[in-house]
Structure formats: C-alpha cells, structure tokens
Ligand binder design. Structure first.
Ligand code: SF4
Length: 209
C-alpha cells in the first residue's frame, strides 16, 4: 500500500495547521505546531511567504491529501468521481473521503488518528457486514455494520479500547455500539460534521483549472 512517508509533524508544519496525524500527542504541549509553528527546513523559521492564488489552491489540495493520507493518483480519482456526481462537487468530494472505511474507523473512536485507523484496516482487524475488509479506501454505505473482528481484539492496538471508546465523539451519522465493538452507518455525513480543516471547493477549483 503506497503512502506518504514524510514525517507527520513536518507535514503539519508545512501545511501551517494541525492535521492531527498522531493521536493524543496532537492535543498535548509536545505537538510540533505548538513548539515550532513554522515550515520545516533551514529557511522555514523566516515564516511563510505570500502565496499566489495557484499556490493557495495547491496548498489546500496538499492539506486535504495529508489529512486523509491519500496520494495524488487516488486523490485525483476522488475529484473526478465527485465532479461526476449530482450536487456540489466540493461536498461530494468531502463525502467520498468521509465514507472511506479508515475514516469511519477513526470517527467511531476505534483509532486515535486516521493513520492508526488505516493501519488497523490494512492489518485485517475489521470486518464490514461480517466479512473481513482490509482495504482502507473501501467506501461504506448506509446500513453497513463495522465490527472489530474477535481475533483482532488481542492486538496491541486495542489494549485500551474501552478507554478510547469512552472518549469518542461520534458524529450523528454513525452509531457506536461499544459493547459489541461495532458501529453502524446511519446516514450520509452531515455537512457541519465533516472535516473542516480544508476547503473542498478550493480543491475542486485547483483540479478544474
Ligand atoms: Fe501535527 Fe499531531 Fe505532530 Fe502536532 S503532534 S504537528 S498535530 S502530527
């Protein structure tokens, strides 16, 4: 599975915003965006120069890719798919990203970050409607049931699962069933509950130039 191997905190520093790629550390004083809020590299400390409109669009697209941990080729496919769907392309793009299996595992609170959720899915620790699914980009549908496989419950990744789930702030389009370590897709993601760190419309404008 191809993935972005750049150091995670450097990705945030380059984006100029917290992308929450490291779970609990992101909310602590150890976060690199608290200690070194400037771009990485020798010239970074001088701060961020003014961007052209192309540069702003490019930066927004890069930010979106980093948040969801997606490489260019696949991200561009999402753009094409979103542009073909009915309705606002920006909203469609965000919905496609939110309904990836790794994102849903993160939103349900099984993982501290999308990075960790992707790891769980690719290690085959989860099932959808009773069948193992190890493709992190798998698109869930309304009515789907996501469950932690009984074999997986011994994994180190779930050693503190009860604590993780008790802290989970699950959006209203999902239902967490903590006792059975599962969750259900109730609806499409609500606009005000989707990722808001980037503007999907600017991403669409970047690709439509
Ligand atoms: Fe980004 Fe988290 Fe690193 Fe902070 S700790 S810079 S939010 S990945």
């Amino acid at each position: 599975m191809a993935r972005n191997l750049d150091p995670k905190c450097a990705q945030c520093r380059r984006a100029g915003v917290k992308l929450f790629l490291k779970g609990e550390r992101c909310n602590s004083a150890k976060c690199a965006m608290v200690k070194r809020n400037y771009p990485p590299g020798v010239h970074g400390v001088k701060g961020r120069g003014k961007l052209t409109s192309y540069g702003e669009q490019l930066a927004e697209k890069q930010k979106a890719k980093r948040i969801f941990g997606i490489l260019e080729k696949q991200f561009k496919k999402y753009y094409h798919q979103a542009a073909r769907m009915k309705g606002e392309a920006g909203d469609n793009l965000l919905r496609l990203l939110e309904m990836r299996l790794d994102n849903v595992v993160y939103r349900l609170g099984f993982a501290e970050s999308r990075v960790q959720a992707r790891q769980m899915v690719s290690h085959g620790l989860l099932e959808v409607n009773g069948k193992k699914v190890d493709i992190s980009s798998f698109q869930v549908k309304i009515g789907d049931q996501i469950t932690l496989r009984s074999k997986s419950q011994k994994s180190k990744l779930f050693s503190n699962i009860e604590e993780k789930l008790s802290k989970a702030q699950v959006p209203s389009w999902l239902a967490l069933e903590a006792k059975s370590l599962s969750g259900k897709i109730l609806d499409y993601p609500k606009k005000d509950e989707m990722e808001s760190t980037f503007d999907p419309q600017i991403v669409i404008e970047f690709y439509s130039r």
